[in-house]
Design a protein around this ligand. Structure first.
Ligand code: FBP
Length: 267
């Protein structure tokens, strides 16, 4: 396999990114199902699970915790973010530079782009600076490509998600994170649109083991190279167990039911 700029946050061409920017993006409500996860240390510990290829966090969390984990965890540093207290048209404040991300030891940077928002133009310009800065420091670039905003009626439609995947390629992301478009076929279309940019599926809201793992397996079958997941791991009572199952589904392409059996036997 040829080297890819996302290799530093992948294994054998696959990625399992543990996303933990929810304290900013959604607020404390996301930690209610499993209160221990409000403590970033719990997530850094989870990120040492061998299934996890990178942990995505914001600057403040990285500054406070990453020095203790830099040997065991690959860092994907988000460079922008917005709180759920913001009620305006979708936008995301740039709160960290690529240069500072490199100083903190990041392997890759993450950046949200809301195509279709009234702020799309400025977000694309800000992405340019992040992307070129990451190139200068040999860091991978992950785009959270979530088209949404005033101009979009159905931001979960397969067409819009394929367009979001394509924005990743056009703007120079190595990996683009898109919502699951509802079927393997639609995911396959998004993967085609992204070309050499790898596509990972966003975890989304909590659902039961089978339903969640089935979406992941379908996405992988369709050519996605993995997932970036938060709530479907850390909101569970036993996050390690679902990581065991995800490891089997993502890296060994094991069927979800068998993966769950493997996870049970590991307990
Ligand atoms: P989840 O797996 O919990 O959805 O996390 C992935 C993620 O992209 C996070 O990085 C981010 O905080 C959140 O979803 C944003 O989702 P949305 O804006 O759709 O609520």
């Amino acid at each position: 396999m040829l080297p890819h700029a996302a290799d530093a946050i992948s294994r054998d061409g696959k990625s399992l990114i543990l996303a933990y920017d929810h304290g900013l993006e959604h607020g404390p409500v996301d930690f209610e199902p499993n209160p221990a996860t409000a403590d970033p240390e719990r997530l850094f510990e989870l990120a040492t699970h061998e299934a996890v290829t990178a942990l995505a966090v914001q600057k403040g969390v990285a500054e406070a915790y990453y020095p203790d984990y830099e040997d065991d965890v690959n860092l994907l540093l988000k460079l922008n973010g917005t709180s759920n207290l913001w009620r305006g048209e979708p936008n995301s404040a740039v709160n960290c530079s690529a240069e500072y991300a490199a100083e903190l030891g990041a392997d890759a940077v993450g950046f949200t782009v809301y195509g279709g928002s009234n702020h799309e133009v400025e977000m694309a310009e800000e992405f340019r600076e992040a992307q070129e800065g990451a190139r200068e420091h040999d860091m991978g670039v992950v785009m959270w490509s979530y088209p949404r905003g005033q101009g979009l009626r159905n931001d979960g439609s397969p067409e819009v998600i394929s367009y979001g995947a394509r924005l990743g390629l056009e703007l120079g992301a190595d990996l683009v994170k898109v919502k699951y478009p509802g079927s393997a076929e639609a995911m396959g279309d998004a993967v085609k649109m992204a070309g050499p940019t790898q596509v990972v599926m966003s975890g989304g809201t909590m659902r039961d083991d089978e339903a969640f793992l089935r979406n992941v397996a379908d996405a992988i079958d369709a050519g996605a190279t993995g997932l970036a997941v938060g709530r479907n791991v850390f909101q569970r009572d036993d996050p390690e167990r679902i990581l065991d199952a995800l490891e089997a589904v993502v890296f060994q392409e094991v069927d979800p039911a068998e993966a769950l059996a493997i996870a049970e036997s590991d307990d």
